[in-house]
Design a protein around this ligand. Structure first.
Ligand code: ZN
Length: 202
């Protein structure tokens, strides 16, 4: 395994039942018992160091490995089976969030105590006007059955989306940072939602 991949993995915990080191916090490689994960972060579930620049191949590898260890097929029915189903759902959610750069940045911001989307709706300057104008141009292009104009709108949205994503990455790499940085990341993530929505509408 390359050094960078090793650096992204956190040290193993020990099984509370047999005291052997565990490669995943969710199950013991030695005695195969399952471990509750309440309070564990998405990164912890996958034994990954919390960082924006995740090695996606390692993320996939960890996900598949842990999935196999906790899979309901291997843990029968009853309490063990219920826990297996519960842990699998937690693991799937962790993988879904961490595999997506925008959701990953959002999650890291939350981990670092940044402002939540529910409480801070601020967006970057010009985003509201910009999306409003784009929406009008899309409506005009559709009304006028103008595929070239529609194509241009599409290209512009893609550019805005790529710019916002690059800004999110730059800011998320600097977490935890100061309040100002976290506020700016919040505003950039909020702005991104406008472009994602426009993208979905097209
Ligand atoms: Zn054990």
């Amino acid at each position: 395994m390359p050094a960078q991949q090793q650096n992204q993995k956190s040290p193993p915990a020990k099984c509370t039942a047999c005291r052997q080191p565990m490669s995943s916090p969710l199950f013991c490689d030695n005695c195969h018992c399952l471990h509750p994960a309440d309070g564990s972060s998405h990164f912890e579930l996958l034994s990954l160091t919390p960082t924006f620049d995740l090695d996606l191949a390692l993320l996939r590898h960890q996900y598949l490995q842990v999935s196999r260890g906790i899979h309901p097929d291997y843990h029968g029915s009853g309490a063990e089976g219920d826990m297996s189903v519960h842990l699998s759902a937690q693991l799937n959610e962790a993988h879904r969030v961490l595999a997506d750069p925008v959701l990953r940045a959002e999650y890291l911001l939350e981990l670092h105590g940044g402002p939540a989307a529910t409480g801070d709706k601020s967006v970057l300057a010009g985003v509201l006007t910009d999306t409003l104008e784009l929406r009008e141009r899309i409506a005009d292009a559709k009304a006028g059955a103008d595929p070239a104009a529609l194509q241009e709108c599409h290209a512009q949205i893609e550019r805005r989306h790529a710019t916002a994503l690059a800004q999110i990455a730059t800011l998320a790499r600097q977490l935890p940072g100061a309040d100002e940085l976290r506020a700016r990341l919040r505003a950039t993530l909020n702005s991104m939602k406008y472009y994602q929505k426009l993208r979905a509408e097209l």
